[in-house]
Design a protein around this ligand. Structure first.
Ligand code: UN1
Length: 504
């Protein structure tokens, strides 16, 4: 877009070895508000390999001293980070809504999630439990301790611009690693806000580095460099596969958090009003742009019509607009290409023969003319094999399917390539537990929607959603540390395990 840059617009640097500096490329990119593309949020560095190399080198050098700082001391700095973010929550939330669109209450939640994660992980600085076990030999002590791995590449998406970076950076730091952080190009301001706080809290130079730019120039060296020991990536399954392959030859530890096609199952005994509330929030909250979004609803045939009537009426009444307006309930799609994806899936759904029960159009009149807005959209009469019931859309589109039993609901629910989050609405505790056991997902809810994970439990998914790792909770420590088993023999003589077995 060839527009002139107003003098009031700030140009932000990369953060490398404790310094804010321009990219060696001499190039920059614009960050614009998806609710109004006339609004230029800031100018950011279009970085190249040389920047990434410099950042990795700084992280590698800083690791040698940071790993030796006692974990409780590292944690002290992180407690300070959490307090500093809390003090600036409102400003950070406003910046975030402006750069990525979701409504202010939700961006406040995003910042809060970063605060929660940072406090929680800072607490790990005084735990980080290992195991002590008895030895099979006399006068011998056995235990395991967590050790850091080294330099971590942190690659994050735009939908949770402060929460997700905190899920990765903070546990990496408390474990004693150093990081190079590549935020999504749609949300670099929230990344700058977070990194400035880390700087202000006194995290030593080189321990946290940030390089903005695109996947080819910045992402590729972050996944291939010999200097990197861990890659933690959240994004699409397609890019996750590329990351995994790129990191394989150097045997990096790779943590992947990818797509979802999450489901809410509604049984005939469900509290329907509660279920409608859940589907609205799960399906259209964050404009459907959560990995955990409830983009599928499977309803028992006995309550199907009543549910659809209420769900459609409520979806039609949702107020779409600029997330900074108090009355807005659904913000814009994050970008033009994201909106195009939504529009194309609406078209696919119609062609596949599903019934468009409400929505289905881009909104571009009046104040919405300069943004990427779309009506909340519901398809009914969806068959489980249709593309709109199988593929991640990442927009305000929900597919409703009918079932005749819990067994059928579970089969439909499990019948996708992803396995992040699932939910059931029922009053029957037996059925709730059966569903909880049989849904092959990483997250499960009873009488609540598929979104809303809390930071102190593991977050992640099965099948093509993940590669077996989890972030958040103590599980995050497993990504950013590895075990060392230590044996201390204080017998003063050679004792051979498995051979010098004591007979009684
Ligand atoms: C995501 O969509 O990638 O559970 C993260 C939730 C939020 C996090 C979502 N706490 O919906």
């Amino acid at each position: 877009m060839a527009t002139s840059t107003p003098a009031s617009v700030t140009t932000y640097g990369n953060f490398i070895d404790g310094q804010w500096k321009p990219s060696a490329s001499g190039q920059t990119f614009e960050n614009r508000n998806p609710a109004n593309t006339d609004d230029l949020v800031g100018i950011f560095q279009h970085s190249n390999r040389a920047d990434v190399e410099a950042a990795l080198d700084a992280a590698r050098r800083a690791y040698e001293t940071w790993r030796l700082v006692p974990a409780p001391v590292r944690a002290e700095m992180l407690f300070k980070v959490a307090q500093l973010i809390a003090g600036r929550k409102e400003q950070f939330a406003r910046d975030m809504t402006r750069e990525m669109g979701k409504v202010l209450n939700e961006t406040r939640g995003d910042v809060q999630e970063a605060i929660d994660m940072t406090f929680y992980m800072a607490g790990e600085g005084r735990r980080m439990f290992g195991q002590t076990v008895p030895s099979e030999l006399r006068n011998k002590f056995a235990m395991s301790v967590r050790q850091p791995l080294g330099v971590c590449s942190i690659i994050t998406p735009w939908n949770f611009p402060m929460a997700i970076p905190s899920w990765k950076i903070v546990p990496a730091l408390v474990c004693g690693n150093t990081v190079v952080f590549k935020p999504a190009s749609q949300t670099p301001l929230s990344a700058v806000n977070l990194v400035k706080i880390l700087e202000e809290a006194g995290i030593p130079r080189g321990v946290v580095n940030m390089v903005t730019g695109d996947g080819d120039e910045v992402g590729t060296p972050l996944t291939t460099s010999e200097m990197v020991r861990v890659v933690s990536f959240t994004g699409s399954t397609k890019v996750g596969r590329i990351v995994n392959q790129a990191a394989a030859p150097t045997f990096k530890k790779v943590h992947l958090e990818m797509g979802g096609k999450n489901v809410i199952m509604i049984m005939e005994d469900a509290d329907l009003e509660l279920a409608v509330d859940g589907c609205l929030w799960g399906g259209f909250g964050t404009t459907g742009q959560r990995c955990t979004a409830a983009s599928r609803v499977v309803v028992h045939e006995k309550v199907h019509d009543a549910f659809v009537e209420a769900f459609v009426a409520r979806a039609r009444s949702l107020v779409v607009g600029d997330g900074l307006d108090q009355q807005t309930q659904v913000g814009p799609s994050n970008s033009e290409s994201q909106l195009r994806t939504v529009v194309s899936y609406v078209d696919i759904g119609k062609k596949e023969g599903a019934t468009l029960a409400c929505g289905g159009n881009r909104l571009s009149s009046g104040p919405l003319a300069k943004g990427f807005f779309h009506e909340p959209t519901i398809f009914t009469n969806v068959h489980p094999t249709m593309r709109i019931a199988q593929e991640e859309i990442f927009g305000p589109v929900v597919s409703v399917m009918k079932c005749r039993s819990l067994d059928e609901a579970v089969a439909i629910a499990n019948g996708v390539e992803y396995g992040l989050s699932a939910a059931i609405y029922t009053q029957d505790i037996n059925r709730a537990f059966v569903a909880m056991r049989d849904l092959y997902t990483g997250i499960f809810y009873i009488n609540a929607p598929t979104i809303g994970a809390e930071v102190h439990l593991p977050f992640g998914g099965t099948k093509n959603t993940g590669n077996g790792h989890r972030e958040a909770g103590v599980a995050a420590l497993d990504v950013f540390s590895e075990w060392k088993s230590c044996y201390i023999d204080f017998s003063g003589k050679l004792q051979r395990a498995q051979i010098d077995v004591e007979q009684i």
